[in-house]
Write a protein that binds this ligand. Structure first.
Ligand code: RM4
Ligand code: MN
Ligand code: MN
Length: 386
């Protein structure tokens, strides 16, 4: 499509950021605290709102329960709205309790399965209270050793548990089913891949769709093909964008393989209707700042989408039908190599934000102010040190 049409589509692009990426996080080796990192759900919402102000395209923030639990969700909703954002997907947490050592909805014990189900029910209620229409469910369930549990039994428990969660959904609320190859378990995972997730969603009904976390596949998986097939089947519910080098690395989107991001965004760009696909980021900033890294991810998604929108679809289709293998590939490559910075500058002028929102954050004194406000003023800002 031409630049003006691409600009119109870019204006509609909305990206949801995750509350959990704004707080301190780390690996199993250590958590290095970041000056001014958000400590409470209110501060996490503040940071998401700042990202929205600087980018103009991140109007919602996903919550993780109980990490973001509060007593009054109506008040939390109003707080978010007062900061200029709304609350997006509610993510139940089925891994943060001692009871979940051997799983949650697939646990061998009925008692633990009931606990997990109760938590999912609570999350549906929270979603209603905050005005969200999405439950993003990731199950950490699996086993570490062959023989540890009966795989078919576990699949049965999975279906039953998911059906029970699905039954709680009010009309208009969607259950996005997230899969992941491995981790925290290493021998088997109950929802390991998009096929299993799609199978479960088909069993459940139209309010269940698959969530593709771009870091949750075996090395070398063709993620854009998964996206294409799920779109064709009406089963693509949303994304957790991040990048990875080895496993579930949760790195800045597009930092390792921007061409893959472009190919994924191309599947979205050429789909007739992607209005329902929730574009969410799921990241963990362990050694870098949180807010500017989030903005960088947002900008990288915009860049990839802009390039994807500029693919000459007519010529591409003609080359494909004409069996011109290299010609078709070169059309994609040409779009990928286009310098879209001028187009994105136009977009940001229209959105009334700075041409480089990462730079705007870094020179705007935000980091020092947040460090001071949040009681880490004695630690010099990482930017001032360099
Ligand atoms: C998982 C998965 C989920 C996220 C948790 C914290 O690997 O990506 O989406 O909620 O991490
Ligand atoms: Mn995820
Ligand atoms: Mn993950």
């Amino acid at each position: 499509m031409n630049e003006d049409a691409a600009l119109a589509r870019l204006r509609q692009l909305e990206i949801e950021t995750p509350s959990w990426a704004y707080g301190n996080s780390g690996t199993r080796f250590h958590v290095y605290p970041w000056p001014g990192a958000a400590r409470t759900v209110h501060e996490r919402i503040d940071d998401a709102a700042l990202v929205h102000r600087l980018t103009g395209c991140c109007p919602s923030v996903a919550l993780h329960i109980p990490w973001d639990a509060v007593d009054d969700y109506g008040a939390l909703r109003r707080y978010a709205e007062a900061q200029g954002v709304r609350i997006g997907a509610i993510n139940p947490n089925l891994f943060g309790d001692d009871d979940y050592r051997l799983g949650s909805l697939c646990h061998p014990s009925k008692r633990v399965r009931a606990l997990a189900l109760r938590h999912c029910r609570e999350c549906v209620e929270i979603a209603k209270d905050v005005g969200s229409s999405i439950i993003s469910l990731w199950l950490p369930d699996g086993t570490n050793y062959s023989g540890q549990d009966d795989l078919r039994e576990r699949f049965g428990r999975l279906t039953e548990g998911m059906q029970a969660v699905y039954a709680e959904l009010p009309p208009g609320m969607r259950l996005l089913v997230e899969y992941k190859l491995f981790e925290p378990t290493f021998y088997s995972t109950d929802l390991p891949d998009w096929g299993t997730a799609a199978l479960i969603c088909r069993r459940l009904g139209p309010q269940a769709q698959v969530l593709v976390d771009t870091g949750h596949h075996p090395q070398g998986t063709n993620v854009e093909q998964i996206v294409a097939v799920l779109l064709a089947e009406g089963l693509l519910g949303g994304f957790h964008f991040n990048d990875r080098k080895y496993a579930d690395d949760d790195l800045i989107v597009g930092s390792v393989d921007p061409f893959e991001l472009f190919r994924i965004m191309h599947e979205l760009a050429r789909a007739p209707d992607t209005g329902d696909v929730a574009l969410m980021i799921d990241q963990s900033h362990n050694v870098e700042g949180k807010i500017d890294a989030m903005i960088q991810s947002v900008m990288n998604i915009q860049t990839a989408y802009a390039k994807a929108l500029l693919v000459n679809e007519e010529r591409l289709a003609a080359s494909q039908l004409g069996c011109d293998v290299l010609g078709a590939h070169r059309i994609l490559q040409a779009a990928y190599e286009t310098d879209v910075r001028p187009l994105l500058t136009r977009l940001r002028q229209e959105l009334d934000v700075e041409p480089d929102p990462v730079e705007a954050f870094r020179v705007g004194g935000y980091a020092a102010r947040l460090a001071e406000e949040r009681g880490t003023a004695s630690v010099e800002s990482a930017y001032e040190r360099t």
